[in-house]
Design a protein around this ligand. Structure first.
Ligand code: F6R
Length: 613
């Protein structure tokens, strides 16, 4: 977590740093700060507690500018979210920004204290500034070498960027287990936590690898291996995301924009991978043969949060379409278990960011045990895909809202494609079934488009009525059970209303005790194979005076009978129902939060990319 940005070039850069930080704020917003080497050669920092807006205000009062600079937006790990703990951290002529955790900071601090260093913050990061300063002043090393020697001493995870007032026109960055992207511009170069932050400057990027250190000047870039110091080739890739994708585009929030982008995002994820003429799924990214598949004794689908919910939907698809029943596991649990895995295990990591620490750790563990590993990921060049044999990239485009929406539906679409691919390879799907599945999947973007065009008044009405409730339940059966979980997660994370997702059939085993006239229940009850059973669950809630919002199939004349509110979704085949059902779940949460006036895109305590355990 935490967002970092660095610039070196011919222009004054304070605005560039702030602009990039506004795109990185989703990674943390406990404090923000910049450091620049000003026109007089002095290193000047400005920092402020809280969101980026506070820093912008501070800069208006006390402007500062220079042509070499770094910026940071923080998600606090070590030390409270105060100004003194805000980055950049300094020692002498050095300023540093850091994303990650330096695990041996106490040991390094003790050592540096013996050399007379004094610390002003409670952070792990500050020791790194002092360590670089120490190597510069005591050993007289040039900045790139001082940084290289300093990172050799670090244990833990870091993406760091360093400036030194003694060497204006230079940035040095290094990476271990936290993302760092180099942007190659014309006469200017950049470092950032993700590509989206740099899109308005350049689309030529180098994804810095673990164990690399990079030195940037306005006209050049030098990449080295940290351990050996050897020079490495610099090979930029051209990123296809456009700058507009990282803007709000007229929507009130990124989350709302991203909900509305789903028809395009799902369409892009399917494009080129579905051939109606050949009645086939084309997934060269999944390098598995029929024999490989037949040899697997177990499949794991592993993820966190919303991505785990996508995995849970995937299990129904794998079972129905390929006769395979994967273990769908929370990475944060699996990584500490002793689950037996070997070369007859297929491990599928699902992650929007590709950087989630727990998913990455579970993946590494599975790999070490010999498992074959593939990923479903949205961020090109991120850590998880780089450690897998193959990656099915979702083409959602940058997701900035902290609550995941389009990344989720594109993950479900990718899992659907993989299930179909495996089903065909294993001979589980005949031509007719395959054609019907593909047609249904390809139809989803236009179905969601229609659903979105119908407008959001019903959701606003629900928000008006229920925004002051303290607790809500979401119920679904079959593949809509994970959608109930997802609906509840979306609601709690952005509206701060406590919500539980439950399998409707489990109600009577406990949660029904929660029902009273103040506790609304959202019941997912379309005309699918579970219709009658869920309808009975709805009656049970009503019989206990619980207010109900039913989400039903369009044209179901009986749906609204017993409900306070009735939302509808178009009638679609069962396997694509979760994709369509995602939209009302997202819009209920969005409008509740918007009505309450919470910070929809940056809800409290959260950060988008969870790169700490
Ligand atoms: C919730 C949300 C999170 C993420 C989770 C995993 O809306 O976004 O629960 O799904 O942190 O993140 P990724 O998919 O980046 O591994």
């Amino acid at each position: 977590m935490c967002g970092i940005i660095g610039y070196v070039g011919p222009d004054l850069c304070a605005d560039t740093l702030i602009g990039a930080l506004s795109k990185l704020e989703y990674r943390g917003y406990d404090s923000a700060g910049i450091a620049v080497i000003d026109e007089g050669g002095a290193l000047v920092t400005r920092r402020a507690e809280g969101k980026l807006g506070n820093l912008v205000k501070r800069l208006r009062e006390e402007p500062v500018d220079g042509r070499t600079g770094i910026g940071h937006t923080r998600w606090a790990t070590h030390g409270a979210p105060t100004e003194s703990n805000a980055h950049p951290h300094r020692s002498g002529s050095i300023a540093v920004i850091h994303n990650g955790i330096i695990e041996n900071h106490l040991e390094l601090k003790a050592e540096l204290r013996e050399h007379g260093h004094e610390f002003t913050s409670e952070t792990d990061t500050e020791v790194f500034a002092h360590l670089v300063d120490h190597y510069r002043t005591v050993r007289g090393l040039a900045l790139p070498e001082a940084v290289r020697q300093a990172v050799i001493r670090l244990h833990g995870a870091y993406a760091v960027v360093v400036v030194d007032a003694k060497t204006p026109g230079m940035l040095v960055g290094a990476r271990m287990a936290s993302p760092l992207v180099l942007g190659v511009g014309e006469g200017a170069n950049y470092l950032a936590s993700d590509a989206a932050a740099l899109l308005s400057h350049t689309r030529d990027m180098v994804f810095i690898e673990d164990g690399q250190v990079v030195t940037l000047t306005p006209g050049g870039v030098e990449l080295r291996d940290v351990a050996s110091g050897e020079l490495l080739p610099v090979a930029p890739v051209h990123v296809t995301w456009s700058p507009a994708m990282a803007e709000k585009g007229g929507y009130k929030h990124f989350m709302l924009k991203e909900i509305h982008e789903q028809p395009r995002a799902i369409g892009d994820t399917l494009r080129g991978r579905v051939s109606l003429e050949r009645n086939a799924v084309n997934l060269p990214e999944v390098p598995l043969t029929r024999d490989d598949l037949a040899s697997f004794r177990q499949i794991y689908v592993v993820a966190c949060g919303t991505s785990w919910h996508a995995g849970l939907v995937g299990r129904y698809l794998f079972e129905d379409l390929a006769g395979l029943s994967p273990h769908v596991e929370l990475a944060s649990e699996l990584r500490y278990r002793k689950a037996p895995m070997d070369e007859r295990t297929l491990f599928i990591a699902v992650s929007q960011s590709g950087e989630t620490a727990d998913t990455l750790a579970a993946l590494r563990d599975a790999k070490a045990k010999g498992a074959r590993c593939i990923a479903i990921c949205n961020v090109l060049g991120s850590s998880i895909p780089r450690e897998c044999e193959g990656t099915v990239y979702t083409h959602a485009g940058p997701e900035i809202g902290v609550a995941s929406t389009k990344a989720f539906t594109t993950q479900v679409a990718a899992l659907h494609l993989i299930a179909l691919h495996f089903g065909r390879l294993l001979g589980r799907l005949d031509d007719g079934a395959m054609a019907a599945e593909l047609a249904a999947l390809l139809h989803v973007p236009s179905v969601i488009e229609t659903l979105l065009l119908a407008g959001e008044a019903p959701y606003e009405e629900i928000a008006r009525a229920w925004h002051d409730r303290t607790s809500m339940l979401f119920l679904g059966r079959g593949s809509l059970f994970p959608m109930a979980l997802e609906g509840a997660l979306k609601l709690k994370e952005i509206s701060y209303i406590h919500a539980e997702g439950y399998a409707a059939g489990e109600m009577k085993h406990g949660p029904i005790a929660l029902i009273d006239e103040k506790t609304p229940t959202i019941i997912l009850n379309p005309r699918d194979g579970h219709y009658a059973k869920v309808r009975s669950n709805l009656s049970e809630v009503r019989a206990r005076s619980g207010p109900v919002c039913v989400v039903a199939t369009e044209g179901d004349a009986d749906a609204g009978d017993a409900a306070t509110f009735c939302l509808t979704v178009p009638d679609v085949p069962e396997h694509v129902l979760p994709l369509v059902m995602a939209v009302p779940m997202q819009l209920i949460a969005y409008h509740m939060a918007d009505f309450k006036g919470t910070d929809v895109d940056q809800p409290r305590n959260l950060a988008k990319s969870v790169t700490v355990e």
